[in-house]
Design a binder for this molecule. Sequence first.
Ligand code: AMP
Length: 286
Amino acid sequence: MNLLVLKSVAEARAWASSARVRGHRVGLVPTMGFLHEGHLSLMRAAGARAEAVAASIFVNPAQFGPNEDLARYPRDLDGDLEKCERAGVHVAFVPDVQQMYPPGAQTDVEVSELSQGLCGARRPGHFRGVATVVAKFFSVFQPHVALFGEKDFQQLQVIRKMARDLLFEVDVVGMPIIRESDGLAMSSRNSYLSAVERERARALFRGLSRAREQARQGERAGAALCETVRAELRAAEVQEDYVELVEPEGLSTVAALEPGRPARLLTAGFVGKTRLIDNLELELGR
Ligand code: AMP
């Protein structure tokens, strides 16, 4: 295997710093592992933008709530390392919790406003955990470029803001959502779904797609577009967590689409016990 597997912050820091000294651009893809094509698309895109590519595989306890799935989050380190290597990653960073959170750690990073609504409102502390661990990765690797999926759209905006506010010199790049052939957004959590639930899970993308079509046909009202998604969720017995139309950067609610101003329609829902999220850009047609 050509892939270098590093477990300590010190080794990761040394690798990134020697890459920079050699004049290489450093690209970083943070993940929680159980890798799928969505993750691999980020890694390949990193390879197109940087000569030295690192991917982190770290299930970050700080971003899980007390009643969430930290203990049973799916893991497959051997499979992940093979996939990283095939995707052209040079270094897999697989720290344990003590490496990322030194004993007695007291410091968190909080992106105050962007973290409040949507998933942030339903998962208190989630984005504090995300912003904190990503800030640590940025501190260790000092990457020139870091890639994140639009699948986690609020997370992407939170990280952009965190990087700007904390003066990290990193280009935060958002990448398109990779989907299964029937439209379901790829997610490590899809592995929780039974066959019947997997079928019901299609409602998220189906609802979003119908709303996108409505917008193309000229429907402006946020309420009507959201109701289209809700109807699909109800029909498939997916328990709505939220459906919201928002302005893409500040994530504030959009009451009505306006010509030339794309908005983002975001949803989260429970299929059985599994919480899934998805989103789509909407643009007014005609
Ligand atoms: P995770 O392992 O779930 O923390 O995800 C790691 C990174 O992969 C995040 O930037 C996610 O947004 C991204 N990602 C997850 N699923 C997808 C997908 N289906 N398409 C594109 N990016 C994704």
